[in-house]
Write a protein that binds this ligand. Structure first.
Ligand code: PSU
Ligand code: MN
Length: 300
């Protein structure tokens, strides 16, 4: 009723062909223009190159749109005052017919409504540093525990408290899979010093794992952690200074709630002279490709 699925995607889903969902908050709140638009297009191309149909998801005119035209992508990438929509504000964006970009949590919900099982993004939200005082824990984690969609990402953004993020995921029963790695990737960096609880090495292994999980009716999704390609990574020790400064500033300026992550990401792009942005773009593309390969095996 509140869902509009683009014809190409509807046909693919009906024919049992692979589809990969893509989020829109990365476009509106995660990257500056014009890199955001270039990335949105590049992610769709990567999904196609991997053998699947891309479904970028956003809320417009009171409906959830699964699959955006190039004009709509361009419009989102340049629009001001787009809502960042998570589970809590999805009905608000629909009821008021506002333009909303979906976060990982909201994209999972919408993908599930549309019947899409695999979703690619850059990095998920998680437990923020200082969460013991601020209680700032991304709704992405609860969604992973609840909604049966596999999220291919480069781990959680390293501006977060990664050990606490892993603990939270474990408590909520979310499988965290290192894709071809034993280590939990730290978004811009391949290494975090933390182990991933599980490891799988091929799209077929991930597809089989998901089949078993969902046949068991365990509920919830899974996190497939694909480290940033070596050529595009920024070693953790190069990132540390930028992250610390950006997190400290966000605190000093009293940035709160859903504004925290976009603020810190944008500051890190500035502080790193654009280096973090290039790495973010590359890792998101790599994730889109892997997600397509997994979706392709799943529909065999
Ligand atoms: N990954 C990126 N860039 C982003 C995000 C993820 O590479 O901008 C967004 C996602 O939409 C994610 C959100 O769901 O940041 C997390 O926000 P919060 O910490 O407020 O839950
Ligand atoms: Mn938050």
């Amino acid at each position: 009723m509140y869902l509009k699925v683009a014809p190409e995607i509807r046909r693919a889903l009906q024919g049992g062909r692979p589809v990969v969902a893509l989020e829109s908050t990365i476009i509106t709140h995660g990257m500056p223009y014009p890199e955001n638009l270039e990335t949105a297009r590049a992610l769709e191309s990567q999904v196609r190159a991997g053998g699947a149909v891309p479904a970028t998801i956003a809320v417009m005119g009171g409906v959830i749109c699964a699959g955006l035209s190039d004009k709509e992508l361009e419009w989102l990438a340049t629009a001001k005052n787009v809502l960042k929509v998570s589970r809590n504000d999805l009905p608000y964006a629909l009821a008021t017919k506002k333009i909303g970009a979906t976060t990982v949590a909201a994209t999972m919900i919408c993908a599930h409504l549309a019947g899409i099982k695999v979703f690619a993004t850059g990095g998920i939200g998680g437990v923020h540093r200082g969460a013991e005082a601020s209680f700032d824990i991304s709704a992405d984690l609860e969604e992973l525990a609840r909604t049966p969609v596999a999220v291919v990402c480069a781990g959680a953004k390293a501006l977060l408290d990664l050990p606490k993020t892993l603990e939270y995921l474990e408590t909520r029963g979310v499988p965290v899979i290192g894709y071809g790695t034993d280590e939990f990737p730290a978004f811009w960096s391949r290494r975090s010093g933390l182990k991933t609880p599980l490891r799988l090495d091929t799209p077929a292994e991930v597809a089989r794992f998901l089949q078993v999980k969902w046949e068991l009716n365990l509920g919830g999704g899974a996190m497939v952690c694909n480290p940033v390609p070596e050529a595009d990574e920024i070693p953790a020790h190069d990132m540390r200074g930028f992250i610390d400064s950006a997190v400290r500033e966000a605190e000093e300026y009293g940035i709160k709630g859903k504004a925290v992550t976009p603020y810190i990401l944008a500051r890190i792009v500035e502080l790193s002279g654009g280096r973090s942005l290039r790495s973010n773009i590359a890792l998101a593309q790599s994730n889109a490709r892997v997600a397509a390969e997994i979706a392709a095996v799943m529909s065999l």
